[in-house]
Each structure stands twice: as C-alpha cells, then as structure tokens.
Design a protein around this ligand. Sequence first.
Ligand SMILES: Cc1ncc(COP(=O)(O)OP(=O)(O)O)c(N)n1
Ligand SMILES: Cc1ncsc1CCOP(=O)(O)O
Ligand SMILES: [Mg+2]
Length: 343
Amino acid sequence: MSSESSMDWVETRCHRILDANLDRAREGLRILEEWCRFGLERADLSATCKALRQEVGSWHRPKFRQARDTTHDPGTSLSHPQERQRTDLNAVLLANCARVQEALRVIEEYGKLIEGDLSDRAKAMRYQIYVLESQLQSRDRLSRLRQARLYLVTSPHPRLLEVVEAALSAGLKLVQYRDKQQEDATRLETACRLAELCQRYGALFLVNDRVDLALACGADGVHLGQQDVPMDVARRILGPDRIVGRSTTSPEELARANAEGADYVGVGPIFATPTKPGKAAAGFDYLGYARQQAQQPFYAIGGIDVSNAAAVVAAGADRLAVVRAIMEAPDPKAATAELLQML
Ligand SMILES: Cc1ncc(COP(=O)(O)OP(=O)(O)O)c(N)n1
Ligand SMILES: Cc1ncsc1CCOP(=O)(O)O
Ligand SMILES: [Mg+2]
C-alpha cells in the first residue's frame, strides 16, 4: 500500500466510524426526546433534544454515509443481554444518555483526524447531555418518590444487605440507610453497597443525616432531622437534582418544611417506639393535620407494623415508613409484601 493510499484507507475507516456514531447519537437523542415529549410532557426538554438531534444531523456529511459498509460490519449482529432487557424506565433513560455521550466522545476523538470543528462541537454537546441527564434524573426521582408508598428505614443488622434485598425483591422502592453507631469508613462502604443494590432493583436510596455520605455514595438524596444541617445547605452540597426529606413532629415543623421546599416529610412518631427512645408520640392528631397541610408526599413513621398499619392508613396516611416491621421481621420479604398490599 503506498503511503497516500494508506492515508485514504484510514480516512475511509474514520468516516465509517463517524457515520455509525452520528447515527447512534441521533437515535439516542430521539429516544430521550420521546420521553420528554410524551412521558414528561415537557416542551422545553423536548425542544432541547430536538435541537441537539438536528444539530447532529447537520454534521452528517455525505462522505461519511458513502463510507458505510454494513455488510462487512462485524458489529451489526452483536447485542448485549442488557440491551434486550431494561429493568425500568430510568434504566432506559440512563442507557440512552450513556449511548449519546459515548457516541459524542467517539465523534470528538475521530473527528480530530477529520474536522477539528466537528470535534469541538461534539465535545460541547457532550456537556449539554450531562445537564440533560441530571434534569431527567431529578424529574424521574420525584416521580419515583411519588409512587413509593412504603419506605424502609434501616437499622444495624448483621445481614443488612440480605434483609434489604429481601424487601426489594417484594417490590419496595424506597430505602433509607440509618446507622448512628458505625465508624464513617464502614458507613461509607455500606452506603455504597446499598446504593448499588437499590439501583439494581430500581429503588430510590437515601442516607439518614449525612449529606457528605449521601454525596460520596451517589445516593438519590438525604433525610434530614430537625438537628441536622439546614435544607439549603444540603441542596447546595447535593445540587438541585437530589431528594431532600425532612422529619416533622409538629405543625410548626411542617410549616417550616413546606417553606423550605422539602421533597417529602416524615410525620411522627405516630406511636412511641423503642427505635427512637425518649421521643414522644405525635399521634393521630398530628397525622390528620399533616394530611391537610403537607404540600409534599408525607410518610407516617414510628411504631408502625402490619398489626396497626390499617389504622394508620384509616387515620389519613397513604405512605408509611418503618424500621422494625421489616428489619426485625422473621420474613422481611413477606412483611414488605404485606405492608405494600395494605397501601
Ligand atoms: C422518613 C423518616 N422520618 C423521620 C425520620 C427521623 O429523622 P430524625 O428526626 O433526624 O431522627 P434520626 O432518624 O436521625 O434518629 C427518619 N429518619 N426518616
Ligand atoms: C427514625 C424514626 N423517626 C421517628 S420514629 C422513628 C423510628 C421508627 O422505627 P420503628 O418503625 O421501628 O418504630
Ligand atoms: Mg436525623
């Protein structure tokens, strides 16, 4: 091969790579656009996707298409098992954000050999996709939160991951890691393992009290009590896309949580509970008040189990948070299923 024809050979291969990845980016954007338009009914996000998709289309030069050689492409018949089965909507959105980001990265690198300008634009667009991804995630987190009726708050347990997995396998979609005793290094390790587990089951994962641990393990958010850091500080640290929940025991605390814009509130303790010794019960009166006044989803918590959950629901709760009812149940999966059914 002469040195000139070898350069042509490389260029044709690069055109082929650009052709495939321009198509891949456009397809991924179309999938995201459809959800923004028909799922979220968000004209702004849908318009963003459309503009990005059209821009990618405008980069697609005829010479890239002409280099296409589908019959000899060994990749056309390869597909990963994960591509055939996505666990939930969020997995579809995440997979397609990743697909667009990867395609843009390829365009950015190979574009340097062909057109520097194309490479620069692909890089700029990749950052726009990161922003879009976090916008989609935050919308998605809040809608998943609204769907989650049962909230497991964990307690220290020798088989913590096993118990949580049993509850997740029964359909639980919201978990809070609460451990006041462990050293930070162990807590962080456990939080990371729980975050991964919850993600696998399509469940939201929050960390109790600790914004730093929530950030470090990539949790979906944090639960703050009245003595924890102020909500605006948590939002500043975690960014606008994570969930921040707040405990409330009285109308005054609820009014503050409303004003602060908490994404959800804990309402309780409904009954006195050994999990929070010394904390007086707020009772059904406060539950009824929260039902009228809460501006966000609220979870009744404190002393709730399968024996009294129906009464708590009758008193106005449509969401429950529990510790012992699942963590100390002889069969955590069955207890979760029973509670879920009551909701
Ligand atoms: C859902 C939910 N509600 C209330 C609490 C209690 O939080 P807090 O008052 O900060 O007490 P601790 O849990 O930190 O002991 C909660 N954790 N979750
Ligand atoms: C953390 C917390 N906050 C108010 S009550 C409570 C503990 C609830 O535990 P249990 O469900 O075991 O009564
Ligand atoms: Mg707390």
